[in-house]
Design a protein around this ligand. Structure first.
Ligand code: NAD
Length: 352
């Protein structure tokens, strides 16, 4: 594993197998320098164990960067359960996963991610305290999407200020890909400010709902990249900025809540070369993890969450400004800052 291309000096990678429930899971702890590693649990029907291993390595590293950029006292970790979330779920499986999390004695906090919901996490919580993203309980933080969407909205304004010389979004055309939880709330903010919205989703009910609420124009999912928009906002899937889609974009800004928007690392430089200002996804979508962090702290406070969100938007502004003044891609700058923050914490210093 030390030779694996996605290995980045992870502090620990833990493999769990529970014969009775059929659980096969990997918990990767990338870094605990800033605090306990936190990151969701993904359930996915990987074709090979190597794919599950690679996902755990990459996603846990991403969480270290995201938590550092959000200024949270948390490190980065991620769990993957190898299985089909439609057919393989059981109480025994999630309880076994809870025991796996508990065995790490607080080095890793889990929460829901793709394929796993709050109901599953309630079963995990029977076996471990190290779980967040619950619907009920003393410090439960509930659905993080409204905070994520608020952060994305404010992040879009920060980008607009730099790309267009004004953060005023009234009259700006914005193409929004995906109007689920985050995209839906985002559209409400944007419409309220008078932006002209073009939206797509594979879920027609969600699409109808948002169009009725906001007056947005419906676009076919395949055509969203061709909309003559000022801003392109991905809020559905990852890997949407690719060699195939980039030449189709007319926007001067790419900023949205989706995780892992770049299909490959070189898309960062390609966006810059195309004159597009890109808000690094793990910075602009950090509102959700801030909300989860409030729950992990044991005492949820809306004021604390809003304070952290303000600082997150300032940090995004610093990333954009540094990238623009140095002529560097924005993701490159964000990763440098994230790594410096983690290294400073390791050395016992504070950098943010
Ligand atoms: P969601 O499932 O509520 O919404 C996603 C939407 O995208 C759905 O309505 C779905 O129908 C739509 N979609 C799927 N395929 C599509 C396609 N090809 N074209 C257009 N739309 C498509 O999920 P969400 O919680 O809103 O999360 C959206 C993205 O933001 C994900 O990438 C997620 O990882 C990321 N994210 C979410 C949060 C949060 O707080 N929920 C936090 C950080 C990052």
């Amino acid at each position: 594993m030390f030779d694996h291309p996605s290995y980045d000096r992870h502090e620990g990678v833990h493999f769990f197998e529970d014969e009775e429930s059929g659980l096969r899971a990997i918990i990767a702890v990338h870094s605990t320098a800033r605090g306990p590693a936190a990151g969701g649990c993904r359930m996915w029907h990987y074709e090979t164990g190597e794919q599950a291993f690679r996902d755990a390595l990459r996603l846990s590293q991403g969480m270290s960067f995201k938590n550092a950029m959000a200024g949270l006292p948390l490190g980065g970790g991620k769990a993957v359960i190898w299985g089909n979330s439609k057919t393989d779920k059981s109480e025994a499986l999630f309880e076994a996963f809870g025991r796996a999390v508990e065995s790490l004695n607080g080095a890793y906090y889990t929460a829901e991610d793709v394929g796993v919901d709050t109901h599953d996490m309630a079963m995990v919580a029977r076996q471990t305290r190290y779980v967040a993203g619950l619907d009920s309980g003393e410090a439960a933080s509930g659905d993080p999407s409204p905070i994520t969407a608020l952060g994305v909205y404010r992040g879009i304004k920060a980008c607009a200020a730099r790309a267009f010389g004004s953060d005023d979004l009234s009259g700006r055309t914005i193409a929004v890909q995906g109007v689920g939880s985050v995209g839906g709330y985002l559209c409400d903010h944007l419409a309220k400010e008078g932006a002209k919205l073009f939206v797509c989703d594979v879920d027609e009910d969600a699409l109808d709902d948002v169009c009725k609420r906001t007056g947005a124009t419906m676009i076919k999912t395949d055509d969203i990249y061709d909309v003559d928009a000022d801003i392109f906002s991905p809020n559905a899937l990852g890997a949407v900025i690719s060699k195939a889609t980039l030449p189709r974009l007319k926007a001067k800004v790419v900023a949205g809540g989706a995780n892992n928007q770049l299909a490959s690392p070189d898309m960062d430089a390609a966006l810059k070369e195309s004159g597009i200002l890109y808000a690094p996804d793990y910075v602009i979508n950090g509102g959700g993890i801030i909300n989860v962090a409030a729950e992990i702290s044991g005492a949820y406070s809306r004021n604390w969450v809003m304070g952290k969100l303000n600082i997150l938007i300032e940090t995004l502004g610093e990333v954009l400004d540094e990238a623009l003044s140095n002529g560097q891609p924005t993701n490159f700058v964000a990763e440098r800052i994230a790594r410096a923050r983690i290294a400073a914490a390791k050395a016992g210093e504070t950098s943010d």
